[in-house]
Write a protein that binds this ligand. Structure first.
Ligand SMILES: [Zn+2]
Length: 495
């Protein structure tokens, strides 16, 4: 019997966010153990589902889920929280060992105080604990900023290769299979990491769209070379101010370091040649609203890039709403985080009237509160389930206590108590709103809403809205990133 432990924590840390990922928030989000992890994730399409699926395809393999937590993207993880999370993982692995292998379900863009590379630090501690001979596999999100510390101490690293992320389970299963073959002595993985001085604009990260689809085709071809076990294009996460911020490439081969180096470098070169196409901007707010309003039929989906909840934004931006009112554009649906006004709606009850100002309360970057007079049309606990494809493969959602409102001037709003992206139409339907009947839907996100929105959208427009996830990286002041990086330093050369 092969016994493999899986334990970890998942966080994409937006270091420009003013909301720290505190221990209190992690605990409220839930630190799961053992069977609770199976219950939450085994039936999903997430990384853990892929690790756990190893058992079904191989009766000689046992995967033991020990401890796992994930928290919505927000600011860096506090020192108290990171020590707690890492200690839980390390203690659980130590107390339940020995192990034949370890699988870490990490993100790759976790930043903490004081570890700018929190995923690398966890890997370092786990390696120190289990010693040099126990194989370790790690499956990462495609938005990881990959450092050598995330690769060198591991035996196998795989990365989602779709954005929106619908292959988390598949890539984790690949990681697990390679780990099992390593444990059995069938392969000897060798890895290479290439990190060209290149950032990809968040708007150009869709893997079904050019130019990213072209790059993935190159990766596919490289993956077919004899001896190559896995090839990963890692898009990177530009909202984490860390030295390894940017695009990267990982190749895993069977005992052939020079082949791994060549595959990773070939991909890096292909990306560098596409650097202009990988850095195109979005549509300004007013232009996007006019275009949507003029469309013969809806829904037209406007992606609120600056308030991308999945990227660490607060989910309460009112920039698009304010512009819509100014331009007289109506029949617009959007969700906004505003726990105070949700309570006001609960007090008014369904059918009740409220006068309030919604959203725009988290900070100055995401607009000012939007005054409304409205009727409460529905209330809920904010929980819903999506059985269709979702970004990251998640199935169960919890937006916190929620309310639906119809404003007197024609806006349909869903108010949530937690920052909520737009990953599922159930967010609206459980509150009695049919998104198909809307002319315009504002989706909080860039790629994560696509599996939900693409099937119903007549048009999709990515809006260059301000916020901590703006597509315009020149508005950020970085302290830790590498210099130079294209396109932040447009003259960057890569010899
Ligand atoms: Zn991601």
């Amino acid at each position: 019997m092969i016994r493999i432990a899986t334990a970890g924590f998942l966080h994409e840390s937006n270091t420009f966010s003013s909301i720290p990922a505190s221990l209190d928030l992690w605990e409220r989000s839930g630190v799961l153990e053992g069977d609770a992890i199976r219950k939450e994730y085994a039936s999903s399409q997430s990384t853990l589902a892929g690790f756990l699926a190893l058992e079904q395809e191989d009766p000689q393999v046992q995967v033991v889920p020990l401890v796992f937590s994930r928290l919505t993207p927000m600011g860096a993880i506090t020192e108290e929280a990171i020590e707690y999370l890492m200690q839980r993982v390390v203690d659980a692995i130590r107390d339940n060992g020995p192990w034949d292998g370890i699988l870490l379900p990490q993100h790759g863009a976790a930043v903490s105080i004081p570890f700018l590379d929190a995923d690398g630090e966890l890997l370092r501690r786990v390696r120190a604990l289990v010693g040099p001979t126990v194989p370790i596999g790690m499956a990462l999100d495609m938005h990881g900023n990959v450092s050598p510390e995330m690769v060198v101490p591991a035996d196998v690293v795989t990365v989602y290769q779709t954005n929106p992320h619908i292959d988390a389970r598949a890539q984790a299963l690949l990681c697990g299979r390679l780990l099992v073959r390593t444990i059995r002595g069938e392969i000897r993985p060798r890895m290479a990491l290439a990190t060209p001085p290149l950032v990809v604009n968040i708007l150009n990260q869709g893997t079904n769209d050019k130019p990213m689809s072209d790059l993935l085709a190159v990766a596919d071809a490289q993956g077919k070379r004899p001896g190559v076990l896995s090839v990963s294009v890692v898009e990177g996460y530009p909202y984490a101010d860390v030295p390894e911020m940017g695009m990267s490439f990982i190749a895993v081969t069977d005992n052939d370091q020079s082949l791994a180096d060549d595959v990773a470098q070939t991909l890096a070169r292909a990306a560098w040649d596409l650097r202009d196409a990988l850095n195109q901007g979005g549509t300004p707010i007013d232009g996007a609203l006019r275009q949507a309003d003029a469309a013969p039929a809806g829904p037209v989906v406007l992606f609120d890039v600056g308030d991308n909840v999945g990227g660490g934004s607060p989910g309460d931006s009112t920039h698009i709403l304010q512009a819509a009112r100014r331009l007289g554009v109506r029949n617009l649906l959007q969700a906004l985080c505003d726990p105070q006004v949700v309570m006001q709606c609960q007090a008014a009850g369904i059918g009740g009237r409220i006068t309030a100002s919604v959203g725009g309360k988290s900070d100055h970057l995401h607009g000012v509160p939007f005054p409304i007079e409205a009727t409460v049309t529905a209330l809920s606990d904010g929980r819903y389930e999506e059985t269709g494809p979702t970004h990251g493969g998640f199935r169960f959602f919890n937006d916190g206590a929620s309310a639906a409102l119809r404003t007197d001037d024609g806006y349909t709003l869903v108010l949530t108590s937690r920052a909520a992206g737009s990953s599922s139409l159930q967010q609206f339907r459980t509150l009695g709103i049919e998104p198909l009947n809307m002319k315009i839907i504002v989706a909080k996100g860039v790629h994560s809403p696509r599996p939900a929105m693409e099937p119903i959208a007549r048009q999709m427009i990515w809006v260059a809205s301000p916020g901590v996830t703006t597509a315009d990286l020149s508005t950020f002041t970085y302290q830790h990133r590498r210099v130079p990086l294209y396109p932040l330093e447009p003259e960057t050369v890569w010899p």
